[in-house]
Design a protein around this ligand. Structure first.
Ligand code: M6R
Length: 612
């Protein structure tokens, strides 16, 4: 959603804020702004990327050692200068940045208008800061107390940071359903939506919990209280994030770096959890709660977007190996359809960010109904990882490109480990199958490196299809979710309309779309269904579609009928989704680049969707 950064210390705030905003830009990039306190408040904001803001600030005097910055993904109000953050209160005493949505802003706004407030923007944030001002003025309160009282009146999600001109040397922040982390340096404080703007300065952080208010004060230190005014002792954590992880490392784009990072990140997902030579697998979160899984009536996955595709792969794998019923739900639907959940269900959330509002809300419902909650999450310390009863981190490291790549293959690795753990524990697979599966899994990083060697070929191939308006992705079995993921990647970054379908469903409708301008990407790696896939390809060719088939190396039969084949190393069907995803990621990347699209920051998207 939006990115928030704040600084309070002895250094000049502006360069710290700008650097932080650039690192947070993946969270939103339609406008940005900064406010610096130096006796008076200097506020600059501009539609467009952070670069536009920098140009706008130019050589203006923006000195000061306390400040806040924001990069926005529009919810209320179009991306325009006036809607960009920070926002002033009516009396210009307060200035605030906000990530989230205030659902009852309209009624608060009407009440404030009655009281004589006027507004310069269309945002819920401006209403929020006027509300804080109204309470502060009326009751003559400190800024933290006014914030606390205002929080009791707002409904929705927020991460806010406020400066009060009359209480310099202080930043007040609060969160609910939107992340905030405080960085504690030597005589300085940072506050941000995630740790990326902080890591060059300190590795000591405090993650705020929902409905907590943090007061950062250079003289008095860090004070945290909850919305009921109970003082909370901050738990200081040490960051393990490294600077290299959030830099492009010589690649043109984060997405390309993250695609190439996958042999390493998949190894990280497996590290310490299995050993193919010794034949063991221990997934901590599962081992500690084995009974919950083995006695579950159902395993229900809740997730969104790419993470939902990983959950669909889990459905195929867990049901096949462990014979435990699995359901996969869009978190956004699950939360509103009064689902039947019991104490004998295990609900697993999959999320890269660990902050997706719909997924969190789905978990809240599942908790109310008594289910056991498990998280498969990438971001350490995120809301979902803290909310669930147990879980397993993906360990893919920060994913900055908005289109998910390495997090997806990390999620698929984790669900495969989970499926094998369950199947081994309930005796549903043989020891031989178990051990050979570990060997297959261990070979995945090497096979992904092999698959990446076709990059140049894929780049060339993309030149032949980069002007199409539509594309169809087909797959059978666990390759169907891979097809969905391939289509989503293409849509997200190249703006080509694409759909994923189970290959056999094509004849029930989508076949009508096929003509000589339509590329059909067939994920044809399932040995067990090879003949059927060949028939599907023949059906496409008969209608003059352009077939691009992802095939195992040395697959002459499909190569003969397809227009193009992209080989991947021969592998077991259990791990095939992990490897066949790689050419699809590269294909989307190169098509998008050739169309001149911004692959790391596609239009209208945000990396982490912390609002409904
Ligand atoms: O952080 P999460 O995994 O919960 O995010 C879920 C989706 O918003 C996310 O996967 C989205 O679909 C990505 N843009 C996919 O590339």
């Amino acid at each position: 959603m939006c990115g928030i950064v704040g600084y309070l210390g002895k250094k000049q705030a502006y360069p710290i804020l700008i650097k932080g905003l650039k690192r947070l830009e993946y969270r939103g990039y339609d406008s940005s702004g900064v406010a610096i306190m130096n006796g008076s408040v200097k506020l600059f904001k501009k539609k467009g990327k952070v670069k536009e803001l920098e140009n706008f600030v130019g050589n203006s005097d923006i000195s000061g050692t306390i400040g806040i910055g924001h990069t926005r993904w529009a919810t209320h109000g179009e991306p325009e200068d006036n809607n960009a953050h920070p926002h002033y209160s009516g009396n210009k005493r307060l200035v605030m940045i906000h990530n989230g949505i205030i659902e009852n802003y309209a009624s608060i706004k009407s009440a404030l208008i009655e009281l004589g407030h006027t507004f310069e923007s269309d945002t819920d944030t401006e209403v929020f800061v006027h509300l804080i001002e109204e309470i502060q003025e009326k009751e003559n309160l400190s800024i933290e107390e006014a914030v606390r009282k205002a929080l009791k009146q707002v409904v929705g999600a927020y991460a806010i940071v406020v400066i009060d001109r009359l209480e310099p040397n202080k930043l007040v922040a609060a969160r609910k359903s939107s992340p905030l982390v405080v960085g504690i340096g030597e005589g300085e404080f940072f506050i941000a939506s995630d740790a990326t703007p902080i890591i060059d300065s300190t590795n000591k952080v405090v993650y705020l919990d929902d409905e907590q208010i943090a007061v950062l004060n250079l003289e008095e230190g860090l004070k945290i209280m909850d919305i009921q005014k109970t003082i909370v002792t901050p738990t200081v954590k040490e960051l393990s994030l490294r600077l290299e992880e959030i830099e492009k490392g010589g690649y043109e784009h984060f997405m390309l770096k993250e695609i190439h990072d996958q042999p390493r990140t998949i190894k990280e997902s497996m590290r310490g959890r299995m050993n193919e030579d010794e034949g063991w697998l221990k997934l901590g979160g599962f081992e500690d709660h084995k009974d919950k899984f083995l006695n579950a009536d159902r395993i229900i996955f809740v997730a969104c977007g790419t993470s939902w595709h990983a959950a669909l792969i889990a459905e195929y794998t867990i049901e096949k190996l462990a014979r435990i019923p699995v359901e996969v739900e869009y978190a956004s639907e699950f939360r509103y359809r009064d689902p039947i959940i019991t104490e004998r269900d295990v609900v697993i959330a999959i999320s890269q960010s660990g902050e997706t509002a719909d997924t969190l809300a789905a978990l809240e419902i599942a908790r109310e109904k008594g289910a056991f909650l498990f998280g498969i999450v990438n971001t350490v310390g995120s809301s979902i990882s803290r909310f669930t009863d147990a879980g397993a981190y993906i360990h893919a490291g920060p994913e900055i490109g908005v289109a998910s790549t390495k997090a997806f293959t990390g999620q698929v690795t984790l669900v495969t480990l989970l499926a094998l753990s369950m199947a081994k524990a309930n005796g549903n697979i043989t020891e031989d199958y178990f051990k050979s599966s570990l060997v297959e899994l261990a070979s995945v990083p090497g096979k992904i490196s092999e698959a990446l060697k076709y990059e140049e070929y894929i780049e060339d191939l993309s030149k032949n299809i980069n002007q199409v308006n539509n594309a169809l992705y087909l797959g059978r079995g666990a390759n169907f979710p891979v097809a969905l993921e391939g289509a989503l990647k293409l849509k997200e970054i190249s703006y080509i309309h694409a759909e994923g379908y189970p290959a056999a469903e094509m004849k029930h409708g989508p076949i009508a779309l096929i003509d000589e301008n339509m590329p059909i990407i067939v994920i044809a790696t399932n040995r067990s269904a090879k003949e059927k896939i060949i028939s599907n390809i023949q059906e496409v060719k008969a209608r003059k579609g352009i077939v691009i088939a992802i095939v195992p190396e040395n697959e002459p039969e499909i190569a003969e009928i397809a227009d193009y084949t992209i080989p991947i190393p021969v592998c077991d069907e259990l791990v095939a989704p992990l490897i066949s995803t790689i050419p699809l990621q590269l294909l989307s990347y190169y098509i998008a680049i050739q169309r001149g699209c911004n692959v790391d920051q596609p239009r209208n998207l945000a990396k982490s969707v912390t609002v409904e």
